[in-house]
Design a protein around this ligand. Structure first.
Ligand code: ADP
Ligand code: MG
Length: 317
């Protein structure tokens, strides 16, 4: 099978119904896209390498799903509406069956958000997938990492720690619980859009809560308090000891939940969003003056994750 046959297969099997604003898609030297007047283009790109960003045994379906999901998660963290994607594939062999599983996984998520695949590149080499997601936002309305203010509520969506737990179990050769959390993260696109004009800062959690909160605090020039007993736990963390569970929640990566800061006078919106979007939203602490993160354990004492002796799970780059 030749490269152009693969590309044609990708085109055929990923096309979504609406393809809004695509003046010219796959098939020419570049795509031509219409950005509606009065909107800004938002762009994000992420690469997934086998063994580093997904386990060797991951199905092509899940590789594609995750690759699109992590990029849509970046757009979600900006509050943008996804529109288009570009896909760069490095494949060890041209296998139409592999590709069919890949395109099915891609389309299963692409059609949820009406994302049109408008171009890319296909080469032969070690398995690696790069995706660029493009979206739209009203001018100046993007959520950023830099807007957090002392007094803001610190809020996280969904549950955390489950993806890292699944990866740990897999690597230890044990029965994996919650594999879906690792393979099929759900980008919080609608939540990100709802947060626009209300949240002061937002980031998606890819490298672990503490690491990603650290980015927000550095960009905003603030500190934060985390109440550990408020952290939402993935179901698969049940049965672990306190510190093992906290370590997954604080340091486990790959959950792709949104972490945002909300002025306290908007607190009542949390219940509305939670209900409308059917998503758990937990207030896990507060933005404070200073520069550091202070974790408070359930008995009111300060908990120092670094002294707990657990390793951070995220070794990605
Ligand atoms: P060029 O050599 O001019 O870059 P290619 O032969 O690489 O063109 O690609 C032909 C068309 O197929 C282009 O429109 C390109 O964007 C698209 N394409 C190539 N690979 C992919 C892919 N993996 N996914 C989506 N579109 C692709
Ligand atoms: Mg060309």
């Amino acid at each position: 099978m030749k490269e152009f046959q693969l590309i044609r297969q990708i085109q055929r099997e990923t096309s979504v119904a609406s393809s809004c604003g695509v003046k010219l898609g796959i098939g020419d030297d570049a795509a031509v896209l219409e950005v509606p007047a009065g909107q800004y283009l938002v762009a994000a790109t992420d690469t997934l390498n086998v063994g580093t960003h997904f386990p060797e045994d991951t199905s092509p379906y899940d590789i594609a799903f995750k690759c699109l999901a992590v990029n849509l998660s970046d757009l979600a963290a900006m509050g943008a509406s996804p529109r288009w994607a570009l896909l760069s594939l490095s494949l060890p062999e041209a296998d139409p069956k592999w590709m069919q599983s890949f395109t099915t996984g891609f389309k299963s998520l692409a059609q949820v958000y009406d994302v049109a695949l408008v171009g890319g590149d296909t080469t032969s080499g070690p398995l690696s997938i790069s995706l660029t997601a493009l979206g739209l936002i009203a001018p100046g309305r993007q959520l950023t990492r830099s807007g957090a203010k002392p007094g803001d509520l610190l809020v996280v969506s969904g549950t955390i720690g489950g993806a890292a737990r699944a990866l740990d179990l897999l690597q230890a050769g044990q029965a994996v619980i919650g594999r879906d959390l690792l393979d099929r993260p759900q980008p919080r696109v609608k939540l990100g859009q709802a947060l626009v004009t209300f949240a002061n800062a937002c980031i998606d959690i890819s490298d672990g809560l503490l690491a990603d909160l650290g980015h927000v605090l550095k960009a905003s020039g603030c500190g934060a308090r985390i109440d550990i007993d408020k952290l939402p736990a993935a179901k698969s963390l049940a049965g672990l000891g306190d510190e093992a569970r906290w370590n997954y929640q604080l340091s486990g990566g790959d959950d792709y939940e949104l972490l945002f800061t909300l002025p306290p006078h908007h607190k009542e919106l949390l219940a509305t969003w939670s209900q409308q979007l059917d998503i758990k939203l937990s207030i896990i602490g507060e933005i404070e003056e200073g520069r550091s993160i202070c974790c408070i354990s359930p008995n009111g004492t300060i908990y120092d994750p670094q002294k707990a002796g657990f390793e951070h799970f995220s070794q990605k780059s």
